[in-house]
Design a protein around this ligand. Structure first.
Ligand code: HEM
Length: 368
């Protein structure tokens, strides 16, 4: 039986919130074309931006040597460069802040004896977080020598790893704050999460290949439901902007249909917000996708919409993850009134600072 800690749950939730902020900053960095402005990787000293005119000149000179400057931004002045530098610097700084917020409380948790049983989970977070930094640099490096933009495959890897890190953090947080899993594995939310995973990869391909302008129309795709020039080869599935665009759209409709089906058959015992959230998130996300393609040729409108669409994807992921957790968690008696039980449990855990999950669930059921 594992003791749970509300404080650790809240700490993990705060880390997850910071990660959502990091995904948002990553989106801004990409959409403002800032991702290649810092051409080196200095995990610690890079926190300090150039501070003198000479240091700025050096950083700008390094940017002028990469293909993006030559092919996309030859008109850039130092002021333009400083603007794009800011977003990439902030994105990296946020990553450092996340690392600090993760590492700083560990000695205290260790002293209080709260760390040992959680070592596997926290070690997994550490490994995922560290590899996310490496993957970020792996992605940036793909745009420094031959290409004018980063590789869309590596962008997908970077986004995918961020989503896995976020999901693991939230899952561990739920393990501290919500009723413990009953041991069964609900299949439907996992199938939806797997399909969403593929859709997120295709979303990253859309972004990395700049595929929105390939078909800036909705509901049809350039006036057709299936443009003739798509699916010309196996490589087209990952490299051709129009084929990627078609796959992304139809996967969205499939996912939407399956989320609706899951919602219709889900047992009423699931807490209403948990049950309804994926449905609302997927509907909003499909609508955002549609308005984003329609704005593909208007940069001023495209940026905020594409950003909202990226956040929408994260919201849908989180909603499905929470659904999966609660679908696993619900023992038969708890399904009757989960809201009341959660409230009882959180009161008892805040009184004692921690709680034993199974014992408190049983006690709460007995009290009712
Ligand atoms: C379940 C539904 C959907 C999900 C989960 C989803 C997810 C995503 C994700 C994760 C991205 C990448 C964002 C980034 O890395 O910045 C993306 C990009 C994109 N998606 Fe979707 N999407 C969905 C539906 C749609 C639909 C229905 C359309 C169009 C009708 C669409 C159009 C686009 C476009 C145009 C982009 C590229 C935006 C850019 O260049 O930044 N999406 N999507």
């Amino acid at each position: 039986m594992r003791e749970r800690s509300r404080a650790i749950g809240v700490w993990l939730l705060a880390l997850a919130a910071l990660m959502v902020g990091q995904v948002l900053l990553g989106g801004i960095t990409r959409l403002t074309g800032s991702g290649l402005s810092i051409t080196e990787w200095r995990p610690v000293t890079g926190a300090v931006p150039p501070l003198t005119a000479e240091a700025w000149e050096d950083a700008f000179a390094a940017y002028r040597r990469i293909p993006q400057f030559e092919r996309v931004n030859p008109h850039f002045t130092l002021a333009d460069f400083k603007r794009i530098y800011f977003w990439e610097w902030l994105h990296r700084l946020w990553g450092r802040l996340l690392a600090l917020c993760f590492l700083a409380p560990l000695p205290v948790l260790w002293r209080r004896g709260l760390l040992r049983r959680r070592l596997p989970g926290l070690a997994a977070l550490l490994a995922l977080g560290a590899s996310q930094g490496l993957l970020g640099w792996f992605m940036v490096a793909s745009g420094l020598t031959e290409r004018a933009y980063v590789s869309h495959m590596r962008l997908a890897l970077h986004l995918g790893a961020a989503v896995i890190l976020l999901g693991t953090t939230l899952w561990l947080a739920l393990g501290e704050l919500a009723p413990a899993p009953s041991g069964r594995r609900a299949r439907a939310p996992r199938v939806l999460l797997a399909l969403l995973g593929i859709q997120l990869v295709y979303g990253a391909f859309m972004a990395g290949l700049h595929a929105a302008p390939a078909a800036p129309s909705w509901p049809t795709i350039n006036g057709r439901w299936l443009p003739r020039e798509t699916f010309a080869s196996v490589e087209a599935l990952t490299d051709d902007p129009l084929t990627v665009h078609v796959v992304h759209r139809y996967l969205a409709y499939l996912l939407c249909g399956l989320v609706v089906a899951e919602w219709l058959v889900r047992r009423p015992g699931t807490p209403p917000p948990v049950r309804h959230a994926p449905l609302i998130a997927v509907a909003v996300q499909v609508a955002l996708g549609a308005v984003t393609v329609l704005a593909a040729s208007a940069p001023a409108r495209f940026l905020p919409l594409a950003l909202a669409h990226q956040l929408g994807a994260i919201a849908l992921f989180l909603a499905l993850l929470v659904l999966a957790y609660f679908a696993d968690a619900a023992p038969a008696s708890w399904r009757q009134n989960p809201g009341k039980l959660l409230a009882t449990q959180s009161r008892s855990s805040s009184r004692s600072g921690h709680c034993s999950s199974t014992a408190s669930v049983a006690a709460a059921i007995a009290r009712r």
